[in-house]
Design a binder for this molecule. Structure first.
Ligand code: PA5
Length: 449
């Protein structure tokens, strides 16, 4: 397997006995996922997805990606939350966060509809000038305000670029939404845009291995067969043992709940490479939306080191002891750089250079040093080791953390598949924007508007 859990820094925080004592809860939670007997069981489609996916649609995704790579200069993924985070995480992890600057043979890739910033949208419109633009609008509900507005604006741009020619426009707009209902589905049917499906039984944050993630990831030139193979292999591996001491995924879920029960309120995802930045964002949404309800849940946050060791490192080392960290250590980033010897040695780095220690080696030593320091400072450090930044490893990573999240959420006693709390701001926003309806009238009356 390309992913392993290493508990070597946890000895002084969790005993083997404590882990063993979680076996019953872990088994119950895992059975709820396996048998569909827990809360939100109608949203378990992600669990079988790595092996049970629509092969015809998969082939269509590959064909569409090939066309887009040939006829597009700027490819824009319009979506928010689970409708874009997984794709962006995968592209930046597998390729690079500097994708647009470094890619030569693929369309430039941008993201829209994940905020309400007029300047962000305006800048995107400006950079589309004179470029062949293709849109992939992704929304399960088809009614989310942020992507809805961005799609209206960018669709007008694509229509204008193609002189209003319906056939040409169809080559530059793709829709990923519900298979049967919603405003986006209705529009796509009417206009004849090519459609891909967000399966009914898969929520946004668990959807990266569906068309939601696969089309953009394939457009970026990643091998989506390898991605699915990684996820399927991880599923098979994790099915081998239900023992909390042997199954890394269950062990991680148990560790999180033990630390939570000991008063830890925050889990910090730690990457040691900027390529992990969006992976951390994906992970934060997955865990935050899945567990943060009923007054419960670890607050998921993230740092990218060594960068953040020079900012948040201070509070992690010596602030309130309310957090633990989950380090994701990528063993090989596929590149290394030697450090030149300098006869003046004014920066006193020859002690590294003379020994032939490379930049990657310094990074991995920095991670080890950080784990030791934070452990000494009273911060439990979970270590997840990843082989590399391949598609295969990313597929394994996704399934590992999705299953761990579901099991962990069930241990916590919540429904890991709903997100009722996100409606709060929406209702107020609709009311303040003057949307019609008794519900919004009541909010306006309450707010005195
Ligand atoms: O995980 C989720 O369900 C959410 O983050 C959604 O993905 C997000 O709110 C976007 O919803 P939709 O795809 O319906 O536009």
């Amino acid at each position: 397997m390309s992913i392993r859990l290493n508990t070597k820094y946890l000895d002084k925080f969790i005993t083997e006995e404590e882990l063993r004592s979680m076996q019953g809860q872990v088994s119950d939670a895992a059975a709820k996922v396996e048998n569909g007997t827990g809360l939100g069981a109608d949203h378990l489609g992600w669990y079988t997805l790595p092996v049970d996916y629509d092969k015809d649609e998969f082939a269509r995704i590959k064909a569409a990606a090939k066309r887009i790579r040939e006829n597009t200069d700027v490819f824009i993924i319009i979506g928010i939350g689970g409708s874009y985070l997984g794709a962006r995480a995968a592209i930046e992890f597998i390729k690079t966060p500097n994708y647009n600057a470094l890619t030569k043979d693929s369309p430039q890739i941008y993201y829209a509809g994940n905020n309400m910033s007029a300047s962000a949208l305006g800048e995107l419109i400006a950079l589309c000038e004179g470029k062949r633009v293709t849109l992939d609008v992704v929304s399960k509900s088809g009614t989310t305000t942020e992507p809805g507005i961005a799609f209206r604006v960018l669709r007008a741009l694509v229509e204008k670029q193609n002189g209003g020619d319906a056939e040409k426009i169809k080559e530059h707009i793709y829709v990923t939404t519900d298979k049967a209902k919603g405003a986006l589905k209705t529009l796509a049917d009417a206009k004849g845009y090519e459609e891909f499906v967000v399966p009914d039984d898969i929520g946004g944050r668990y959807s990266v291995l569906s068309a939601v993630g696969l089309l953009p990831i394939a457009v970026a030139g990643c091998d989506i067969d390898e991605l699915m193979r990684g996820a399927a292999d991880m599923k098979a591996e994790l099915a081998k043992s239900g023992c909390v001491l042997e199954n890394d995924c269950y062990k991680y879920a148990a560790i999180r709940n033990i630390l939570y029960s000991k008063g830890k309120a925050l889990e910090i995802f730690v990457g040691f490479d900027p390529a992990m930045t969006m992976t951390a964002e994906w992970w934060k949404q997955l865990y935050g939306e899945s567990e943060g309800k009923n007054g419960k849940g670890l607050f998921p946050t993230s740092v990218i080191d060594t960068t953040d060791l020079h900012s948040l490192g201070q509070i992690i080392q010596q602030g309130r002891r309310i957090m633990f960290e989950t380090f994701c250590d990528v063993k090989s980033c596929g590149c290394d750089i030697s450090i030149p010897t300098d006869s003046d040695n004014l920066d006193q780095l020859n002690y590294i250079a003379d020994k032939g220690i490379t930049v990657s080696r310094v990074n991995s030593v920095a991670m080890e040093a950080t784990c030791i320091a934070h452990t000494d400072g009273g911060v439990p450090c979970v270590l997840i080791e990843l082989e590399d930044r391949s598609e295969y490893t990313f597929g394994q990573f996704v399934f590992f953390f999705e299953l761990a999240c579901a099991v962990s959420g069930y241990i916590l006693g919540v429904n890991p598949f709903d997100q009722p709390g996100v409606e709060g701001y929406k209702k107020n926003m609709f009311a303040l924007l003057g949307k019609e309806g008794a519900e919004y009238d009541a909010i306006r009356a309450k707010l005195g508007k």
